[in-house]
Ligand binder design. Structure first.
Ligand code: OAD
Length: 247
């Protein structure tokens, strides 16, 4: 399977990549779903919503501070780095569901163009005022129990997309247009259950373009047609990239 996937990747000029929490798992950041999908005692669907933030802003902040601590203590892994090296060899668009900033960090460190990454669910490293929109780095506000905006006194919130919120227009446009522009899709470490992110899999199927899925859990592959690589992102991505483009 790896050789088949690598041969396909070797033969294209441009590829679309969908990344999920599994890509950052080996950096020490827990995934949401699947066998290891335990986020403390909360389900993301319960805390990552605008309604939860209105009802219990302190609890929502505590959850994000806990996540931020994990993110700040972590480093990109070999899966992130392999993807950055691939970006130096092929025209890539990465639709990144992760809010941890680790893929961006790997691209910077490997000298790849960060412009290839569209982090469609926002960034946990930034916060903004839910009232007036003024933003700042998360670290400047996250030490407070319930941080308030220095301009208008409104509640500060993490700059991530919550369940029930609409993605940025650039993300929606990319999700809509990129499947047509790219020759194949690599889906890495995602349960492909959250929409509209997961829509690129059926879109590529409908266009008759190949999909490579990489997941460590055989039961977590999507229902869509794909070449399935079972294994961890940090070990399989470097193998795939080395075999396909020799870096
Ligand atoms: P999930 O937690 O739903 O899925 C992670 C997937 O990664 C699972 O299928 C795991 O089997 C797989 N996995 C775990 N460790 C892996 C490893 N080392 N290598 C490869 N695969 C591994 O995470 P996402 O699909 O990213 O939304 O979740 C999508 C969205 O749901 C997230 O972006 C977040 C969440 O609620 C927002 O923040 C808006």
């Amino acid at each position: 399977m790896l050789t088949q996937a690598a041969t396909l990747l070797a033969g294209v000029r441009s590829a679309l990549v969908l990344t999920g929490a599994g890509l950052s798992a080996e950096s020490g950041i827990p995934v949401f779903r699947g066998p290891a999908g335990l986020w403390k005692r909360f389900r993301p669907e319960e805390l990552a919503t605008p309604v939860a933030f209105v009802r219990m802003p302190r609890e929502v902040w505590a959850w994000y501070r806990w996540r931020l601590e994990q993110v700040l203590a972590s480093r990109p892994n070999e899966g992130h780095r392999a993807l950055a090296r691939l970006a130096g060899k092929r025209s890539l668009k990465v639709l990144n569901q992760n809010v941890d900033g680790l893929l961006e960090e790997a691209f910077r460190e490997e000298g790849a163009d960060e412009g290839a990454i569209e982090s469609i669910h926002g960034s946990i490293r930034h916060a903004h005022c839910a009232n007036c929109g003024v933003g700042c780095p998360m670290e400047e506000v996250a030490a407070d129990d319930l941080p308030l905006c220095s301009s208008c006194g409104g509640y500060m919130r993490p700059s991530v997309i919550w369940f029930g919120e609409t993605l940025a227009q650039t993300s929606l446009s990319a999700l809509e247009s990129e499947p047509r522009r790219r020759e194949l899709l690599i889906s890495i470490g995602t349960s492909a259950q959250v929409w509209p992110a997961a829509s690129v899999l059926p879109a590529m199927n409908a266009l008759g373009k190949p999909v490579i899925e990489l997941n460590s859990d055989p039961d977590s592959f999507s229902q869509y047609k794909s070449i399935r690589l079972e294994g961890s992102a940090a070990s399989l991505m470097p193998q795939l990239v080395r075999e396909a483009v020799h870096v």
